[in-house]
Design a protein around this ligand. Structure first.
Ligand SMILES: *[C@@H]1O[C@H](CO)[C@@H](O)[C@H](O)[C@H]1NC(C)=O
Ligand SMILES: *[C@@H]1O[C@H](CO)[C@@H](O)[C@H](O)[C@H]1NC(C)=O
Ligand SMILES: *[C@@H]1O[C@H](CO)[C@@H](O)[C@H](O)[C@H]1NC(C)=O
Ligand SMILES: *[C@@H]1O[C@H](CO)[C@@H](O)[C@H](O)[C@H]1NC(C)=O
Length: 797
């Protein structure tokens, strides 16, 4: 075998050489055969003998064999019958690729003579390949706004087959957006184009897929597919749109800060940034920006500053939603502020009169206006003042009120009013405002000064020092200021004879009364006058009061002995019969005291006696009586000194000397008579004196009785009500005799003294009243009726 092969190899090389040479020499004949690809090995290709006109034997004899250029044994020759058979299955695509026709060249070598026969074998294509896409999945991104008719390139498919079996057409699964158009390159390559039939809308369909099919022209046709995914690229073709074109909200004005009032929302059909919406206010006023805030992302509108219905009742806010691509939509939010009773009423005073003269009829005190910045019931108001005041509130023109006095005011009863004006609104809760004002009532001179007493009684001790302050009057005036400044004055006395100006003076400012000179009780026991008080108002008002000055007695008068007279040249001598029994009334010492009251209470006592024990003096009566029976041994002449003492402080006294003669058989006829001539000479005038004296004394007695009765009655009636009588009251000491009344003789003795016939006529003396004025027994009463009584009364002898 080895040798065989080596031999054939040698032969071949030789042959090749011959062939090369022979080709040029000997004319070459060729046979053409054709066979379909992919035939099984051994398949019959053609009969060499027949086609080339060779004898079968010749083939064997000449040792015919098939050689190929590439030394591959694809054909084999059956030399017995000259059939060419495939020694292997042929793949046209492998052998020729896309070259068409696919021809294989063979030589048939024969020796003796050497001859080359050319054989061409065409391998025919069969449709044994399907079109194939290199990319099974294709992705196309197409902006949604691409115009209809736009063309997009797709990957082409490959089909290894050629000719009719090659790629023929492309199709896509039916859809409404695209159709396919096949294009042919200059190099005959076929590729598909996608043509847009209908506008894409990302928002409607953001993605679509279809199958691209490539078909070849074989029979049956083969196909290959690929999937095509078209992604629609969003274009910002949609503006954000609000859910509502108009939002309306109502919120109370006192809503808390931070409150979310409303949430707006807008959508955008675009995606990604184009669909991202942010919210903002569009051309908002300063007020809106101050008061509200919008959350850029969430669309929440919140309150950032407090609202005031009274300032702004509603807000209209244009809000804008903007997407990432700059498109925007708008909506309006209307915020209605609801009134809340958050404003108290206000009071504005237009005019005010804070001081009002009293006694004025209805007067306007204040004009004021009220207002409430709320509306509705929250703004309706009621105006009031406390009820117990003499003021009223009147409504005048709209919201204007006046505060007026209801009646005349009286400063003296209330000089000041604190008025609280209350204004309340009708909201819920009710709010109120108060205004306080003080109205003062100014004075008008409507009150006269008033004396503290209608009548003043002043007591002045006699013998006072001049300019002594004896008392005060005072008057008050209920007015104020000058209207209440009181000046005092003395009014002209009713009794024109009373020298008032020289008696008292008054301090015009203080009302103090002064005695101008020393007063003498014995001369003037009492006097009265009127004082006036006037204010300084205009016109001035005045009033008056009565002042009664009582001069109080001082013990400045010693008792004065009326009987027996002391200054007579002939001392008074009493005759006492020796036969007189004990207790015989010798005489009676009569004394008076110019003072009154206690100062005039007199007591008598025996100061000296010639023979003590024989005579006694009754202390309160002044009666001198014998103390025992007289005896013969008693001296004839006795001298008695009787002391008369008043009860003043210190007491004053007087003494009187009595001469007593003890006589035997004392009787009228034995009385020594004055000599007849003298008696005759004096008879006539004496008789006249006697008659006059009798009449006088009788009338005096009668008057005394009357006065006594009057005094009793007066005392009784005045006992309870503070004695107006000048006579001092008090326990009357039993040993004293009251001779108040200066010279009022004790009535019973008066008579006795004057009529004692048993005294010698020569010693009979008439009493001449020494005290010119009789005392007023009840000055409080009588002096008013007859103030000049004591001046006019009296008698002279
Ligand atoms: C390809 O196929 C379509 C229909 O699928 C047809 O309308 C078109 O004419 C065909 N093209 C070719 C070149 O055969
Ligand atoms: C008015 O008010 C003033 C001050 O508050 C007070 O001093 C005065 O006594 C008051 N007057 C009356 C009449 O209430
Ligand atoms: C007004 O007066 C009343 C009492 O009279 C008092 O309660 C109130 O506080 C006063 N108001 C003002 C504003 O002074
Ligand atoms: C005695 O005194 C009285 C009164 O003082 C007087 O009137 C009278 O004349 C006097 N008699 C004599 C004698 O002096």
């Amino acid at each position: 075998m080895e040798n065989g092969r080596a031999d054939t190899l040698q032969i071949r090389q030789v042959l090749l050489l011959f062939v090369l040479l022979g080709m040029s020499q000997a004319g070459s004949e060729s046979g053409r055969f054709s066979v379909a690809e992919e035939m099984q090995s051994g398949s019959f290709v053609g009969n060499l003998a027949k086609d080339l006109g060779l004898e079968v034997g010749e083939l064997v004899s000449r040792g015919a064999q098939v050689v190929s250029n590439d030394n591959k044994r694809r054909l084999q020759l059956d030399i017995n019958n000259g059939d060419l058979l495939l020694s292997e299955s042929l793949d046209r695509e492998e052998l020729c690729g896309s070259t068409e026709p696919c021809v294989l060249h063979f030589q048939v070598l024969m020796k003796n003579p050497l001859q080359f026969l050319r054989i061409e074998l065409q391998v025919r294509d069969i449709n044994d390949h399907s079109p194939v896409f290199l990319e099974k999945e294709m992705l196309l991104e197409i902006p949604e706004n691409s115009p209809v008719g736009a063309v997009f390139l797709l990957e082409s498919a490959k089909d290894l087959d050629v000719g009719i079996n090659a790629l023929k057409n492309y199709t896509i699964s039916p859809n409404s957006y695209f159709h396919i158009k096949m294009r042919v390159n200059p190099d005959n390559r076929k590729y598909p184009e996608l043509v847009l039939d209908k506008a894409l809308d990302y928002e409607e369909q953001s993605e679509l897929s279809f199958i691209l099919t490539a078909l070849d022209g074989g029979t049956p046709a083969r196909s290959g597919t690929a999937s095509v995914r078209v992604v629609v690229v969003d274009v910002n073709d949609n503006s954000p749109e609000f859910e509502q074109p108009f939002y309306e909200v109502k919120i109370p004005e006192n809503s808390i800060l931070g409150l979310i009032i409303v949430t707006v929302s807008a959508w955008d059909l675009d995606s990604g940034k184009n669909g991202e919406v942010s919210y903002s206010f569009s051309h908002a006023s300063e007020d809106i920006r101050k008061t509200f805030e919008i959350n850029q992302k969430s669309g929440e509108i919140s309150l950032t500053a407090s609202m005031d219905f009274e300032t702004i009742e509603s807000y209209s806010i244009i809000i804008q939603a903007t997407d990432g691509g700059g498109l925007f939509g708008k909506s309006t939010v209307r915020i209605q502020v609801m009134d809340v009773n958050d404003n108290a009423p206000e009071i504005a005073v237009s005019s005010i009169t804070s001081s009002i003269p009293e006694n004025l009829p209805e007067t306007v005190v204040m004009v004021f206006s009220i207002r409430d910045r709320d509306s509705g019931d929250n703004g309706r108001m009621i105006c009031s003042i406390p009820e117990n005041l003499p003021f009223i509130v009147k409504s005048s023109v709209e919201n204007y009120y006046t505060l007026e006095t209801e009646r005349m005011l009286d400063r003296e009863s209330q000089a000041e009013y604190n008025i609280t004006i209350t204004v309340t609104d009708l909201g819920t809760p009710r709010l109120k405002t108060q205004h306080n004002l003080t109205v003062t009532v100014s004075d008008v001179n409507d009150n006269a000064p008033a004396f503290s007493q209608a009548a003043y009684t002043l007591r002045v001790r006699e013998n006072n020092s001049p300019a002594l302050h004896i008392g005060s009057v005072s008057a008050t005036d209920r007015d104020s200021g000058a209207n209440a400044q009181v000046t005092y004055s003395l009014l002209p006395p009713q009794d024109p004879q009373l020298p008032l100006a020289s008696l008292v003076s008054i301090n015009a400012d203080t009302g103090q009364l002064f005695a101008l000179r020393s007063l003498d009780f014995e001369a003037l026991r009492a006097f009265e006058f009127r004082v006036g008080a006037a204010d300084r108002g205009s016109p001035a008002l005045s009033s008056q009061a009565l002042v009664r000055v009582l001069v109080v007695d001082d013990n400045d008068n010693a008792p004065f002995v009326l009987y027996p007279l002391q200054n007579g040249s002939a001392p008074c001598t009493e005759l006492v019969p020796r036969a007189a029994e004990a207790g015989y009334l010798v005489t009676k010492v009569v004394a008076v005291d110019g003072d009154s009251g206690q100062n005039a209470w007199l007591s008598y006592q025996l100061l000296k006696a010639t023979e003590p024990g024989l005579f006694g003096v009754w202390a309160h009566s002044g009666e001198v009586r014998t103390a025992r029976l007289l005896s013969e041994r008693d001296a004839v002449k006795h001298r008695l000194v009787v002391l008369v003492k008043d009860n003043g402080e210190p007491p004053l006294s007087a003494s009187v000397t009595l001469h007593v003669l003890l006589v035997d058989g004392f009787s009228q006829p034995y009385l020594p008579l004055p000599d007849a001539a003298a008696a005759e000479a004096r008879a006539d005038p004496l008789t006249v004196y006697l008659v006059v004296a009798l009449a006088s004394v009788s009338s005096l007695f009668l008057f005394s009785v009357l006065v006594f009765v009057a005094v009793r009655l007066c005392r009784r009636s005045r006992a309870a009500s503070a004695g107006g009588c000048s006579v001092a009251e008090g326990p009357f000491p039993g040993h004293l005799v009251d001779v108040s009344g200066a010279g009022t003789l004790s009535h019973s003795y008066q008579y006795e003294v004057c009529l004692r016939g048993d005294s010698g006529t020569g010693e009979f003396k008439f009493l001449k009243p020494i005290i010119p004025n009789l005392p007023p027994q009840c000055p409080g009463k009588e002096s008013e009726e007859n103030p000049t009584f004591h001046n006019s009364f009296g008698f002279n002898m």
